[in-house]
Design a protein around this ligand. Structure first.
Ligand SMILES: *Cc1c(COP(=O)(O)O)cnc(C)c1O
Length: 385
């Protein structure tokens, strides 16, 4: 079976520097807040082009730190897309705020700014005829928006940031899949007030466990998130100035990332090469992902649409041919049981629902040979052409 993501090939390629970095940590023994953590934060900020980086224990905690730093809480509305991983909305609910879902642009799978504008107006007017709103949304304060860089492609930040400015919304970029992506000369993670990313092993830049980071140019927010990450510490861990979390990144994970980071740009090019092979070989039989002018995807996933009712049959045929595929995401968040109390229903976000019905992701990793990429596209074509 062809691997969906080949971490073993990456390990083979980077074993020496990863072992060396990990051995250094084992020798100095500072497993929490060792020197690798600050070193990594410096490198990540440099890569993303932000003034500050605060590493943390996961992408979910990165999102949580961003929202906590913005002061999001009960009575607040946070706009986001229902076509994403549950973590994006979960953090809103964990803080007692209310997710207000906004549909995607079907061409990019990312938050549709025109729909966001309608949702903001509908919430202000408490008028569900303009845009679907969650139950009990009357009187909520519009506070923040979380655009997601889905599959590695940055959302439409010019339009979203302009709307956010007009309506005084905090912009938290969910760059869990986007790190390495680009938007008009700027890097993903640097596109909102705070960018949150994940180093979960399967993400474009992954460690060997859970990990994440927040990126920002705002020194005040960076300091608040640094404090929140260690139980809301003030002068020291036993001086607590706010209610926080235990959300640090392990030194060993920082060491793994430091060993991987020098190869990351090359890996991003390799992902682009695979995406180009897929696109050229498949554009006439399925809908292939579009990258708008001036943007670059980190290609966390390569997702195609099989319109009609063919998607599940294609997945089964590919499996027979030894080609794995995944569905990101089979059920949009507004239809999840966990969010039943928001009162949304089928038909509220048609573009997200259509994508969930038609989408599938092909194997994608930087160590794929051209021949294997061709073999995968041949398997898709054999069934569809
Ligand atoms: C992976 C992911 C997260 C959460 O990251 P973890 O490190 O797994 O907590 C959040 N948002 C999106 C879009 C993701 O893909």
């Amino acid at each position: 079976m062809i691997p969906f993501i080949d971490l073993k090939a990456q390990w083979k390629h980077l074993e020496a520097p990863i072992r060396e970095r990990m051995d250094t940590v084992l020798a100095h023994g500072r497993f929490i807040n060792g020197p690798e953590v600050a070193e990594l934060e410096g490198e990540l900020a440099k890569f993303a082009g932000t003034a500050h980086c605060v590493s943390c224990s996961s992408g979910t905690d990165a999102l949580l730190l961003g929202l906590m730093a913005a002061g999001v809480g009960p009575g607040d509305a946070v706009f986001t897309t229902p076509f994403t991983f549950i973590a994006t909305a979960e953090v809103i609910s964990l803080l007692g705020a209310t997710p207000v879902f906004v549909d995607i642009d079907p061409a990019t799978f990312n938050l549709d700014p025109a729909a966001l504008a309608r949702a903001i107006d509908a919430l202000a007017a408490n008028d569900t005829s303009r845009h679907p709103l969650p139950q009990g949304s009357a009187g909520l304060t519009p506070k923040a928006v979380i655009p997601v860089d889905l599959f590695g492609l940055p959302a439409d930040y010019d339009a979203i940031n302009a709307l956010a400015k007009r309506h005084n919304l905090f912009v938290l970029e969910d760059a869990a899949q986007g790190f390495g992506g680009e938007y008009k000369g700027r890097r993903a993670g640097a596109l909102g007030h705070v960018g949150a990313t994940s180093f979960f092993p399967a993400k474009p830049l992954g460690c060997y466990g859970d990990g994440g980071a927040v990126l920002t140019d705002d020194e005040n927010l960076a300091n608040i998130m640094r404090s929140l990450r260690v139980h809301g510490q003030g002068g020291n861990k036993y001086d607590n100035v706010r209610v926080g979390l235990n959300a640090r990144l392990d030194t060993l994970q920082a060491a793994v990332l430091l060993a991987k980071l020098p190869e990351f740009s090359k890996e991003l090019s390799a992902r682009r090469r695979v995406a180009a092979i897929y696109g050229e070989a498949l554009y006439d039989v399925v809908s292939v992902p579009a990258v708008p002018e001036g943007l670059a995807s980190a290609w966390a996933q390569y997702s195609i649409l099989v319109p009609g009712h063919g998607r599940d049959a294609v997945i089964a045929k590919l499996r027979e041919a030894g080609v794995p595929s995944m569905i990101y995401y089979p059920k949009p968040l507004h239809l999840q049981e966990a969010y039943a109390d928001l009162g949304y229903g089928v038909g509220d976000f048609p573009a997200s629902e259509q994508a969930a019905h038609d989408i599938m992701s092909l194997p994608m990793h930087p160590y794929m040979e051209d021949a294997q990429a061709m073999e995968i596209t041949a398997a898709v074509r054999a069934f569809l052409a």
